[in-house]
Design a protein around this ligand. Structure first.
Ligand code: GLU
Length: 502
């Protein structure tokens, strides 16, 4: 069998949607597990939709995610150039081949003429039934067509589709998808106005010349595939295998995942933050929001495929080993925000703690607090199990640096009653006498002391906790006193006893 070659072929029309990221990931997993190549091709033949910076953005996103290309724009290779706008001459040659073979023809219909035809014929389609009354080289004759072209008239080249033929697309996920060629129109393959081919021609010519063996792409391209099959046939080329991936659905309802859903449910739909070069509008990205690349990859891999057991947490290598394109689902895959956060939580527990330190340091700085990385690391390690995103740390941890000024009403109601002030005052006196302030030593001493008083541990310690934190929450209490130190712990507790009346 030929070496497996797949490609990811985005059009640089803006930031890459998370669905495109999944498409590329599946291509990557497929290539790796078959010892094949992944090509990065830029499909920029529609110059009206070109957006500056998009190509760079896409490369940066995959670099961040750890998805590597073997060949293509910015990676080199011997089948280039890999940017379609640099391949004009190649496409012209192949368009010429179809024209010479009578499998395509010139058409001169102006937008007005096309509009008139649409008005005249309901559901107008440029095809075997209508092409005989339009202005093209079939009706005018080739000589007249050549004369018009020489005189500078604008034209397009259309693919001549024979009606009444069954076209079968053998999809690795969907099985046989059969359609009749009569429902297809004579697609435009080339436009003289910009001397560029359309997506369809460029796409299949490149897949052929770049020796692509498998086309793995989003479901939205499924309707184009019969046309692509006919083009392969017209050239006499072997067609690649196809796999059309399931749509990504919004968290609720039947619609596909859109940027609006992201705004509504508070999650990014782009891998990296994107600033629109025209409007300046900023769209949030997974990276800047504090998601880890491993979590994004793991989550996306399971949107449309699963390993068939309970195993959900998988490294890139495990995904490569177990991914099976034929087991992808045909149905849309629902985007589950909670699941994404769950994965991020999981990977945060294992990640390089410096990531958490940096996030906390940024918030400390914003609050005018200078602290050493070593001490911030101590808190990050202690608190990370409570957060899904690094930016949630500050809210959970601020009390380590900011003494409570207000106290949570619910916590007070529950724990600041009866003898609570006396307990804490007495505890402060006891603590004052302790020289060894290390958490693990202090804990034993305090427990012995409470037992000797025959007080309820819960009542004493929760009241004490409220004075240090401002609420009945936070990690182990002696981890808190340890970090705050003797002086600050006692200062907070005594001040609270003073300010809080029962
Ligand atoms: N340029 C198309 C896109 O933007 C590629 C579709 C395909 O993979 O054939 O998705």
């Amino acid at each position: 069998m030929n070496k497996v070659r797949v490609r990811f072929a985005p059009s640089p029309t803006g930031p890459l949607h998370i669905g495109g990221v999944r498409t590329c990931l599946y291509n990557y997993l497929f290539a790796r597990q078959h010892g094949g190549d992944l090509i990065f091709r830029i499909e920029d033949t529609d110059s009206s939709r070109f957006v500056a910076g998009a190509e760079q953005y896409i490369l940066e996103a995959f670099d961040w995610l750890g998805i590597k290309f073997d060949e293509g724009v910015s990676f080199g290779g011997d089948k280039g150039p890999y940017r379609q706008s640099e391949r004009r001459e190649i496409y012209k040659k192949y368009v010429g081949e179809l024209l010479d073979a009578g499998k395509a023809y010139y058409a001169f219909d102006t937008p007005e003429e096309l509009e008139a035809a649409r008005k005249e014929t309901p559901n107008f389609q440029y095809d075997a039934r209508t092409r005989g009354r339009m202005r093209n080289s079939l009706t005018l004759g080739l000589d007249e067509a050549k004369r018009l072209i020489a005189a500078g008239e604008k034209y397009v080249v259309r693919f001549l589709i024979d009606p009444g033929e069954d076209v079968v697309v053998n999809d690795m996920i969907r099985g046989e998808v059969k359609i009749n060629s009569s429902i297809l129109d004579d697609k435009v393959l080339y436009k003289s106005a910009d001397e560029l081919p359309t997506y369809h021609l460029a796409n299949i010519v490149d897949d052929h010349l770049m020796e692509v063996t498998h086309v793995i792409r989003g479901e939205e391209w499924l309707p184009s595939s019969p046309l692509h099959m006919l083009l392969y046939r017209a050239f006499g080329w072997e067609d690649p295998r196809f796999a059309h991936l399931p749509l990504l659905l919004a968290p609720e309802g039947n619609g596909k995942l859109s940027k609006r859903d992201g705004d509504k449910y508070g999650f990014p739909v782009f891998p990296l933050e994107w600033k629109d070069p025209k409007t300046g509008t900023i769209s949030s990205g997974y990276r800047e929001s504090g998601y880890l690349p491993e979590a994004v990859v793991n989550f996306l891999a399971l949107l449309g495929w699963n390993p068939g057991d309970d195993n959900e947490v998988m490294t890139m290598q495990q995904l490569i080993d177990t991914f099976n394109i034929e087991h992808c689902s045909k149905n849309g895959a629902r985007f589950d925000v909670k699941k994404m956060l769950w994965f991020n939580h999981h990977y945060l527990q294992e990640c390089d703690e410096q990531i958490l330190v940096n996030a906390l340091q940024a918030d400390l700085k914003a609050n005018g607090i200078a602290e050493t990385d070593a001490r911030v690391r101590q808190i990050a390690g202690l608190m990370k199990e409570r957060v899904n995103l690094p930016k949630e740390l500050w809210e959970q941890c601020a009390f380590f640096w900011q003494a409570p000024e207000e106290f949570d009403a619910k916590s007070l109601k529950k724990w600041w009653k009866d003898e609570a002030p006396q307990y804490v005052a007495a505890l402060c006196d006891f603590l004052e006498s302790q020289d060894d302030w290390r958490g693990e030593t202090l804990e034993g001493k305090v427990m012995e002391w409470i037992a000797s008083k025959e007080w309820a541990v819960g009542k004493v310690m929760n009241a004490f906790r409220v004075t240090l934190v401002g609420a009945a929450r936070g990690p182990q209490i002696f981890a808190i006193t340890d970090f705050l130190g003797k002086e600050e712990s006692l200062r907070r507790a005594r001040k609270a006893v003073e300010t809080l009346s029962v």
